[in-house]
Design a protein around this ligand. Structure first.
Ligand SMILES: Nc1ncnc2c1ncn2[C@@H]1O[C@H](COP(=O)(O)OP(=O)(O)OP(=O)(O)O)[C@@H](O)[C@H]1O
Length: 598
């Protein structure tokens, strides 16, 4: 025989309070939602039916209860059983189980949230279908009583009364109730009032705050939106973008953050669904790249999750996200066409997001090229400007490598771009795909070496002994010395490691600590390539290097070469290996010792 599941209400309430809703405060939202839906349902049959909701706090009722009264469709006795007293029972789905568009609710669990703050929930209702009025009293232990009492209520509509739990009195007091009602319900399409010790307050507004008024100019509308942003979102917007997408019944506004937005911060949008607040920190409404934009929107098409505290990730949300992204992109392009200076400032401030989307959007790639500043050997400038002086953009894909090579490149008149930050290299590659392979190319350090002058035969001869000592002491660092004559004069030595060399060095490092099996494998990798992993390029133009030739004391010469080597390692910003640190300590203390003398 088929059996029916029993439901342990206490367990379900526990589940709701600890795992579904983030706070008991949602109880008021659920009550408001039911009242609005009841009014909507009644008006579907009778458009002239009254639409009023009154919330009375404990100060007003005087008997310790919170009361909410609506002029909605009401319930008869059988509906009280099948809808109110059945978990998952709802009148807001169609025969096929789909949520009906007109209503806020859909899951048939919302009323249970009252038990987050109440021990007992009482309801008195008169249905619009002419049935006699009913009373319903439900307890937190899962029991309820129903009684038909035609004298209980004369008007069509429903009154719900909560008897707060002992520790939950404050949830039913005026200050809290008025605050929650305004937060969740200020934009609801039905008049909502809250009654407290000093009379009633209307919490609903006539119009959506972001809708353009008939008598308002575009500029005035923008100023009012900026004012809304200051008050509600708490920042001065760089710009405001009105939003309207009829297809998904969405209206609202996007506010562009001023400079300084952190790409890592979560998106936090203010979202209303059918004019009821879902939340103020809703994520996922915009594409990731638009992290510098905050929105306020009201929509009828998106679906809430069961807690109503976030949006359900479905096809519609994807479409909305796409549409909003396109809107922002078009706004950016228009800003560039009409107010280029402002567009430049905006793109420089939020470059990370723009760069990420420029990788897949050619028009935004052009914007990024024109406005996003890059660090170059000719100063900080957008790529477009740099390209005017350089047919091919030479770049380093690594910030440290740029720092190391830039002074040398600059001195040789070679233009170099630092493409070491997020998306830079991909962006340059994309430019090369669009504008031709010669547009941008990664520069190899060895390439730069080729541009450096060779010392005269005389200087080379004078440095011969120095070079052989250097070759000996640097060998254990997998480094070979080299003489070049280059600017800047102030730079004594440059450490150059090519990609292959760096790989070999890493493998050599790993071999020292690896187990025997790996040691063998890594050894083969290390030996596969000939030559040292790095080169210490000594600058014969530098006076200190020139004086190395005159050092007679062989130990001092060795220490001086090692000191130049670790100095170059430090300059390259490469992490120090244990061997480098030991060399740094040894050479520093030795030189200090000699400097202080006996
Ligand atoms: N004030 C009211 N007036 C008339 N009917 C009501 C009222 N409150 C609740 N109901 C009925 O009780 C049913 C269950 O309400 P409940 O709040 O638990 O779920 P819901 O509103 O249907 O969905 P959700 O869980 O999404 O809120 C509703 O579908 C509605 O038919």
């Amino acid at each position: 025989m088929a059996q029916t599941f029993g439901v342990n209400l206490r367990g379900v309430i526990d589940l709701l309070s600890h795992h579904l809703y983030s706070s008991p405060r949602v109880y008021l939202r659920e009550l408001l939602q039911n009242a609005v839906d009841a009014v909507t349902a009644r008006r579907l049959a009778d458009p002239s039916a009254p639409g009023r909701i009154l919330i009375e706090s404990t100060e007003r009722t005087g008997n310790g209860t919170l009361r909410i009264t609506d002029t909605g469709i009401g319930l008869d006795e059988s509906e009280v059983h099948s809808l109110l007293s059945t978990l998952g029972g709802t009148s807001k789905r169609d025969e096929l189980g789909f949520a009906r568009q007109d209503f806020l609710g859909q899951f048939g669990v919302g009323l249970l949230s009252c038990f987050l703050v109440a021990d007992e929930v009482r309801l008195v209702s008169r249905s619009a279908n002419g049935s006699p009025a009913v009373r319903w009293v439900a307890h937190g232990d899962g029991t309820y009583e129903v009684e038909v009492d035609d004298t209980a209520r004369a008007e069509v509509g429903t009154t719900v009364e909560l008897v707060p739990r002992r520790d939950c009195d404050h949830w039913a007091e005026y200050d809290t109730v008025a605050m929650l009602a305004a937060e969740f319900g200020s934009l609801l399409p039905v008049e909502v009032r809250v009654a407290g010790p000093n009379g009633q307050v209307l919490v609903t507004e006539d119009e959506l705050p972001w809708t353009r008024r008939k008598d308002e100019s575009v500029a005035q509308h923008h100023e009012r939106l900026a004012e809304y942003c200051r008050e509600t979102m708490g920042f001065e917007p760089f710009d405001v973008v009105p939003l309207e997408f009829g297809a998904v019944g969405l209206t609202g506004a996007a506010f562009v953050l001023p400079a300084g937005a952190n790409p890592g911060t979560r998106q936090a949008h203010r979202v209303y669904l059918k004019r009821m607040l879902v939340g103020t920190s809703i994520e996922g409404l915009l594409p990731d790249w638009a992290y510098f934009v905050r929105c306020v929107v009201d929509t009828s098409a998106l679906r809430p999750t069961a807690s109503r505290e976030s949006l359900y990730e479905d096809e519609t949300l994807l479409a909305v996200r796409d549409a909003l992204g396109t809107r922002l992109r078009d706004w950016l392009l228009r800003l560039d066409a009409t107010e280029p200076e402002r567009a430049g400032a905006m793109l420089a401030a939020h470059q990370l997001g723009i760069k990420s989307v420029a990788l897949i959007d050619d028009e935004l790639l052009r914007l990024a090229e024109r406005w996003v500043p890059f660090e170059t050997t000719r100063g900080t400038m957008p790529l477009r400007q740099f390209r005017r002086g350089h047919a091919t953009v030479l770049y380093t894909p690594d910030v440290d490598e740029f720092r190391q090579l830039a002074p040398v490149a600059r001195a040789q008149g070679i233009g170099l771009v630092n493409a070491g930050y997020a998306y830079d290299t991909e962006l340059l590659k994309r430019l090369a795909t669009l504008d031709g392979a010669n547009t941008a190319r990664r520069v190899e350090p060895s390439e730069l070496l080729a541009a450096l002058g060779r010392p005269s035969a005389q200087v080379a001869a004078a440095m011969k002994r120095t070079m052989s000592v250097a070759a000996k002491v640097l060998d254990s660092h997998d480094c070979e010395p080299m003489l070049r004559d280059f600017d800047p004069v102030s730079l004594p030595a440059l450490l150059v490691a090519d990609a292959g060399g760096a790989r070999r060095r890493d493998a050599a490092d790993a071999r020292e600590t690896a187990d025997p099996l790996w040691q063998d494998l890594l050894g083969r990798l290390v030996d596969a390539d000939s030559g040292a992993a790095q080169q210490l390029v000594l600058n014969t133009r530098n006076p200190l290097v020139a004086r190395l030739a005159g050092i007679d004391d062989p130990t001092l010469l060795e220490t001086a070469v090692l000191a130049l080597y670790v100095h170059a390692v430090l300059q390259s910003h490469r992490p120090l290996r244990p061997k480098d640190t030991a060399t740094l300590n040894g050479s520093f203390l030795d030189l200090l010792d000699r400097a202080i003398g006996d």
